[in-house]
Structure formats: structure tokens, C-alpha cells
Design a protein. Structure first.
Length: 283
């Protein structure tokens, strides 16, 4: 992934927020401010990855349409090279520039195998690359190209169908993953704002008789509460990041596809943590 202007802007804004929080925010609020700055900094990268994942999915869908059209054309008796040239004026979404380039190369006299290799390198998709390799080898071997193209299109169609079926079947688990994460956050907040202060209050009752140490004990308790709150915040952020990756791996078979879930869960963690701190006044 190339770092572009929007990425640098996100990094700059994120670092600015972190620096402002370092000098102006209190020790209790700085982790939250720093986390928001970090999210803004990595936001453009996460959005770029999400866009790339969607683009890869569209490439596979459009290639299936391209393969089917190619099969139909070859089945009518049109040579594969001529079929590709005739198909170059059709709309294949993100694949359209690559199909046009493929047709132009064939028109200029470049061999089909060489043109397909360039097409494969430009598209940068493993599934499409395997299919194009089979097409090139079939054309070189001189077999029944129509039957082979039909087999390739069938394999691509089956792979796409299996991916959609797995995604539909696992959708319930994705929802369960989000619910489990929300339950985890609730448990952490109960510990932070209810159990930990209660335990700390009980442990401090023995020190009430020490008249000269009451102020020091209270200050130490406040510092400890801030440290605990920060630790819990970091915990739910890390948990959200890895939970999102697992959800993406289960639903779409790719950790890269889980980045959108990770970003959503991490952002949700900050919102809930900030709302809880504002409403409950936890330290």
C-alpha cells in the first residue's frame, strides 16, 4: 500500500491531537485523547485497506462475468483473441481498463500468452492469476479452448459461490462476535467503576486511624485508579483489534478483511469508554 497525501494528513492531525493532549489534558484524560489521535492517524490507512478489500471482491465478480462472456463468444466459433477484442467495449467495472489494455495488446500483435501475463500482473489477484494461467496454457496446448474456458468459468463461479455461502453461514457468528465484545466491555466497566473502587475502599479502612497519612493515601488511591482505568482502556482496545481480525478471518477468510471490524470495534471502545467516564465520573 502506497502512502498518499491523505495518509500523511491523518498522521499529522493524529500527532497534533496527541501533542495537544500531552500538554493540556489531565493525566486521567490523556490516554483517551491520545487514543482518539491514534485512531485519526490510522483511520486513512484502515479506510484504504477496506477499499482495497472491496476492490478485490469486485475484481473477482467482474472476472467471472468476463469469463462467461468469453466462453459464449468462443462457443460461437470466434477465436479467443478476436473474442477479447470484441469484448473490450463492454463495461467490466474495475477490470475495464485491464480488459481494454489486453485487447489493445492483442490488436498490436502481442501474443495472447504474453498479453494474459501482463493482464495478470496488472490485476494482482491470485484467483484471477490462476485462471488466466490455465487459459494461456490451454491456448498454447491447442486443445478445445471452449471447453477449457467453460471449465475455468465454472471453477471461478464455484469459488465465488462458496465464498458467498460461507459469508452468509458465518454472519450469525459475526453478530455474536460483536455482542460478546460488548459484553466484555460491560464487564470491564463494571470492574472499573464498581468493583475496583469498592475493593479499594475496603482496603483503605484500616488506614483511617492514621491521622497523618490520610491525604497521602487518598492521593495514592487516585493515582492507582487512573492507572487501572488506563490499563482497562488499553485492554479493550487490544481486545477490539484482535476480535476484529478474527471476525474478518471467519467471515471472509482474510485477516485483511478484518481490519474494518477492528477499526469499528476500537472506535466503539473509545466511545463507550468516554461516555462511561463522563456519566459515571470514574477515575
Amino acid at each position: 500500500m502506497d502512502i498518499k497525501k491523505r495518509h500523511w494528513i491523518g498522521i499529522g492531525v493524529g500527532l497534533t491531537i496527541i501533542l495537544i493532549g500531552y500538554f493540556l489534558a489531565s493525566d486521567k484524560n490523556f490516554p483517551l485523547v491520545a487514543g482518539i489521535g491514534a485512531l485519526i492517524g490510522i483511520g486513512p490507512f484502515a479506510l484504504t485497506i477496506i477499499k482495497e478489500v472491496r476492490k478485490e471482491s469486485e475484481k473477482e465478480e467482474r472476472f467471472l462475468e468476463f469469463a462467461r462472456n468469453l466462453v459464449e463468444s468462443v462457443k460461437t466459433g470466434t477465436p479467443i483473441s478476436k473474442s477479447i477484442i470484441n469484448m473490450s467495449n463492454k463495461d467490466y467495472g474495475v477490470l475495464t481498463p485491464h480488459v481494454v489494455k489486453l485487447a489493445n495488446q492483442i490488436s498490436l500483435g502481442i501474443s495472447l500468452n504474453r498479453a494474459l501475463e501482463v493482464f495478470s500482473k496488472d490485476v494482482k489477484n491470485k484467483s484471477i492469476e490462476r485462471s488466466l494461467t490455465l487459459i494461456g496454457q490451454a491456448e498454447r496446448a491447442g486443445g478445445d479452448i471452449g471447453e477449457i474456458l467453460e471449465s475455468v468459468a465454472g471453477a471461478v463461479s464455484t469459488s465465488d459461490k462458496l465464498k458467498k455461502e460461507r459469508k452468509a453461514a458465518i454472519s450469525t457468528l459475526v453478530i455474536q462476535g460483536y455482542i460478546i465484545f460488548l459484553v466484555f466491555i460491560v464487564i470491564i466497566l463494571v470492574m472499573q467503576f464498581q468493583i475496583i473502587p469498592m475493593v479499594s475502599g475496603i482496603s483503605d479502612t484500616g488506614a483511617l486511624g492514621l491521622a497523618g497519612l490520610n491525604v497521602k493515601a487518598s492521593a495514592g488511591e487516585e493515582v492507582q485508579q487512573n492507572q487501572i482505568s488506563n490499563a482497562f482502556l488499553y485492554l479493550i482496545i487490544v481486545q477490539g483489534f484482535f476480535t476484529g481480525l478474527v471476525i474478518g478471518k471467519l467471515s471472509e477468510g482474510s485477516l485483511k478483511a478484518g481490519v474494518k471490524h477492528s477499526f469499528a470495534l476500537m472506535f466503539l471502545s473509545f466511545l463507550i469508554s468516554a461516555a462511561a467516564s463522563a456519566l459515571l465520573g470514574g477515575g
